[in-house]
Design a protein around this ligand. Sequence first.
Ligand code: PLP
Length: 355
Amino acid sequence: MSHMFVPGPVDVADEVLQAQARQMVPHRSPEFEAIFRRVAEKAQQVFFTRQRVLITASSGTGLQEAAMRNLVQERVLSCVNGAFGSRWYDVALTNGKQADKLEFDWDRPVSPDAVAEKVKLGDYEAVALVHNETSTGLMNPVKEVAAAVHAVDPDVLILVDAVSSFSGAKIAVDDWGLDMVLTSSQKCLALPPGLALAAVSDRALKKAETVENRGWYFDLLRLEKHRLKDSTPATPAVSLIYALDKQFERIFAEGIEARFARHSAMAKRVHEWAESQGMSIYAPQGYRSQTVTTIKNDLGWGIGDLNAFLMERGMRLANGYGPLKNKTFRIAHMGETQMADIETLLGAMEEFKKG
Ligand SMILES: *Cc1c(COP(=O)(O)O)cnc(C)c1O
């Protein structure tokens, strides 16, 4: 396996790749329905929800769009402290919603108090935020934001993008009172791209009943109607469902809490290593991602040179995102990545540093 320390698409385990090579079965057959039901139930466990998980043949952005089209008739508060929060805000606008942007510096978390303050003044149907900003390696305090919003207006829905943290960091959908939490297959879940999953609350579906122009493909009510028959309105990505089934088997064999602990240990190791080398972490203490670390390029490395050096050794990391390019670089530690892989990477970077 090559070692891509890039935040998606990430390395996929061989047995997961091979699961996709299985012959097709008709999606409206008892055989497929049994697999579809099994993956949806396993997904519920990883989302910590007794409500439902919908699965679509799309990337995560498709479900960002679904959230806006189904759960907002008019007004949404979009929290933005990175590139993916910004994209979700654009998704709201381009779907004709009145989105208000609540912006924070990219190295600051979304503030629960600031969100609550806006919600108190505005007439919002929903608040949208990104759990794990892959562009900055910052993990937003979703639980605290949800609690602050519920305290001022319990009817406001909480929409969460967990594309790069789902299955690597705990997100307790029911306990935290979240209404739609979406993810894609090619990040921490470590599958090939092409599948998206979302936990959707009962009250979110109730709200969707009142929203016009939900569209067809991403209509949550239509998806739910078919889910109740272990199916989908349109053809599902059958091969990816096979792969998801295999990946959940592997995730539960490791243990979900053990998986979270592995991610958190790798993050800690990378943070301590960077600081020991004289570099600093972009995200502030307490808000650092468990799945991807953004390191400030304090040593003035040529990131292209660093990557060329690493690629000769079968590894690759990611440059900083957008405006942070060359000023930072990112190490993903998610999915299949193990501590031993991290040690190999850090060893190679120390070699690079010696020049
Ligand atoms: C990658 C990413 C997205 C976009 O997901 P796609 O699956 O590429 O559509 C959205 N949000 C976050 C936080 C991401 O990391």
